[in-house]
Structures are given as structure tokens and as C-alpha cells.
Design a protein around this ligand. Structure first.
Ligand SMILES: *[C@@H]1O[C@H](CO)[C@@H](O)[C@H](O)[C@H]1NC(C)=O
Length: 374
């Protein structure tokens, strides 16, 4: 600001010197100093925020001086006169500013006559000047203040909260952890989790962060039953409310029932056996074992999920006659259950033998029958 002031003064000086030489006027120096306009500071604040109006000249104390802030050249905003000011003696202060304008007592020492309007109103928008009427050469600071009402009137283009972003994080033994993020909202939104009936779901402490004047809020909670849940962001000040609804499935812990075992078919590799474990949560580990307890290598298990519980199908082909167990284990709930079954396996090499034997036996029977008949 000081630089601008100096430059402008210099330019005006030069202009003035030209004028002087043209018009033969002699009082250039003084006139220039007095009439040079101060640099105008433009300020924009949001309605309700503080506005610090700056007025500072060098380091000489202003404690024993008089300075006067006016709005639009007429309204008395704030006057300080050697310790007396509008907050201890509001004689001529415009009622509009009563109790809202403060100077910085500690800053007077260093020549700082700035004031703050706290809080601002839309009607504060205007042109402010700070004058030291008894100071030579005269001092003045000039500020054009705009108090932006945009947030109150047009929530759609202001910091109205966008739709919350909801994520399902993880299943824990307490339920399902859900995460809601509301980003870039101003004023600061209140964020809540609600169930479908509209009851507020107790949540963790919200994590609030501020970025360039707008707020990000993250709210996590753990829900314990299957329902539709809403993450709701409310900005009361601008009458704005927005939510995202999501279905959260909370699995009910269910011990696996006994596996259902079926003998499917005999192939030339052995006998195909099938094991089905239905409606188990947490997801069971399913294995085929022989009677000695050895794990029988099996096909890839087929896993499907239905409303939070699991169905697992495991097939294998066994190559020798034995008792086989299909075992379902749920380590998390220390549950194990099995079904045992005898699987007869005909040695593939012998099978044709059986047919041959049967064939000959039948042939002989027929032969003897015919022999005796005849
Ligand atoms: C004057 O004081 C105000 C309030 O403390 C401060 O914001 C401002 O920066 C100061 N001005 C100068 C030039 O130091």
C-alpha cells in the first residue's frame, strides 16, 4: 500500500510539474501532498465474518492522536481521541455500528489505527475512510468493503454441501463399519447417520478439516443390523439439507449346519463326491478328508453369498473305497462340523472283469437252462 502511495505521488508530482511549468503556478509541493488520493483497498468478506479495516502509518504512536473512521463520507463508524473512543463514549457513533467496531489498543503504539467490524452485515458494504484530521500532512486510508450475501440467497452456487459420499468399510465382530464424507461445504455442515426410521445412529467423533474457507467432514459409525442408512448433511444457516441412502447388510453370525454329502457319479478316475454347506457365517473353510484324517485334494470351492451368509460347495473325486468326511470349519466362532460317508470305489481295472464274469455266468446259466429244458 505504501509503495502504491509513493508511486502515485511521484506520478502526480511529475504531472503537476508539467502543469506548473505551463500555468506558472507556484504552490505545487503542498497541494500535491494534500490532494493525492490514497490507494483504495478493495475487500470482500462473507456476511457474518469479521472485516479488519486497515489504517496504519509508519511506527509513530497514535495513542495521543485523533483518528476517525467514516462510512460513505458521512456515517460515524469509529472515533478515537487520546484514549476516548466510541466504545467508552459513543457520542456520535451511528447506531448501526454500535458495539460492532473495535480498535486494536496494543497496536496504537506502532501507529496502527485499524478497526474491525465484528460481525459484518450485508448493509456494511460501502466506502470507508480513516482520517487523522489534525495531522500534517494529512493521512487517510480508503477501503471499499463488499459484504457478500451470496451464501444466504443462492445456496446452489455457494458452499451448499454436495451429496455425502458413503462407503462401507469393513465387517467387524461388532457390525459393519460405514464411512461418510461431506466435502467442500460452507457454512460447516452438521453430519449425522440415521436409520430408515429416522433415528440418529450414535457415531464416532466427526473429523472436521478446513480448506480455503470450506469444510470437509468425515463421520464413521458401526451399524449392527441390516437396514437402509442415510448420511445427512445439514446447513441450517442456508436451509440446506442433503443425504445419501445406502443399504447396509449386517450378517448374523450363524454356525454352519452339517454338510450335505452326495455321491455323484463314478468315472474312470474314481467316484465324484459333492459336499454342500449352506447358510454359514462367518465363511466356513470346507475340506474333504479320508478316515485317516488326510486332506483329499479337491476342486476349487464354489462360494456364494446370500443376505450376509455363505454357501460353499466342494467336490472331489476319490480313488479308493474309504470313509470320507466333509468338514466345515469356522475358526472365528470355534465351530467345526462334519458328515462322514462310505464311498465304495470299484478298481477301474476290475470293472471290465466283473462284466466279463457276469457275462459268462449269465451265458452258462442260459446254457444249462436250455440244456435241461431240451
Ligand atoms: C494492524 O493491526 C491489525 C490487528 O491486529 C492487523 O491485522 C494489521 O495487520 C495491522 N497492520 C499493520 C500494518 O501492522
Amino acid at each position: 500500500m505504501l509503495d502504491g502511495h509513493v508511486t502515485r505521488t511521484r506520478t502526480t508530482m511529475e504531472l503537476f510539474l508539467v502543469l506548473v511549468s505551463l500555468l506558472f503556478v507556484t504552490r505545487c509541493g503542498k497541494t500535491t501532498a494534500e490532494e493525492s488520493a490514497p490507494a483504495v483497498i478493495n475487500m470482500v468478506v462473507r456476511e457474518g465474518d469479521d472485516a479488519v479495516l486497515s489504517c496504519s502509518f509508519g511506527s509513530r504512536s497514535t495513542e495521543l492522536e485523533l483518528f476517525d473512521w467514516k462510512k460513505d463520507g458521512q456515517k460515524e463508524v469509529f472515533m478515537y481521541d487520546r484514549g476516548t473512543h466510541y466504545n467508552n463514549n459513543p457520542t456520535n457513533q451511528d447506531p448501526d455500528f454500535r458495539g460492532r467496531v473495535f480498535h486494536f489498543a496494543q497496536q496504537l503504539d506502532v501507529g496502527n489505527a485499524s478497526v474491525v467490524i465484528r460481525p459484518t452485515k450485508v448493509t456494511d458494504s460501502g466506502s470507508y475512510t480513516c482520517d487523522f484530521p489534525f495531522h500534517q500532512p494529512s493521512r487517510r486510508s480508503h477501503i471499499v468493503l463488499v459484504v457478500d450475501p451470496v451464501l444466504k440467497n443462492r445456496p446452489d452456487i455457494s458452499g451448499a454441501s454436495p451429496e455425502p459420499i458413503v462407503k462401507i468399510l469393513a465387517e467387524t465382530d461388532k457390525g459393519v463399519q460405514v464411512h461418510c464424507a461431506v466435502k467442500g461445504a460452507f457454512p460447516k455442515p452438521v453430519v449425522q447417520w440415521k436409520d430408515r426410521a429416522g433415528n440418529i445412529v450414535p457415531a464416532e467423533e466427526p473429523q472436521v478439516s478446513e480448506r480455503r474457507g470450506s469444510y470437509d467432514v468425515i463421520l464413521q459409525t458401526t451399524v449392527t443390523k441390516t437396514d437402509y442408512y442415510q448420511c445427512v448433511a445439514t446447513q441450517k444457516e442456508i436451509k440446506h439439507r442433503v443425504y445419501t441412502e445406502t443399504l447396509v447388510l449386517v450378517p448374523v453370525p450363524g454356525a454352519s449346519p452339517e454338510p450335505i454329502v452326495k455321491i455323484l457319479a463314478e468315472t474312470d478316475k474314481g467316484v465324484q463326491v459333492h459336499c454342500a454347506v449352506k447358510g454359514a457365517f462367518p465363511k466356513p473353510v470346507v475340506q474333504w478328508k479320508d478316515r485317516a484324517g488326510n486332506i483329499v485334494p479337491a476342486e476349487e470351492p464354489q462360494v456364494s453369498e446370500r443376505r450376509g451368509s455363505y454357501d460353499v460347495i466342494l467336490q472331489t473325486t476319490v480313488t479308493k473305497t474309504d470313509y470320507y468326511q466333509c468338514v466345515a470349519t469356522q475358526k472365528e466362532i470355534e465351530h467345526r462340523v462334519y458328515t462322514e460317508t462310505l464311498v465304495p470305489v470299484h478298481v477301474p481295472g476290475n470293472r471290465s472283469g466283473w462284466i466279463v464274469v457276469d457275462f459268462w455266468r449269465g451265458f452258462c446259466l442260459l446254457f444249462f437252462w436250455l440244456f435241461f429244458w431240451l
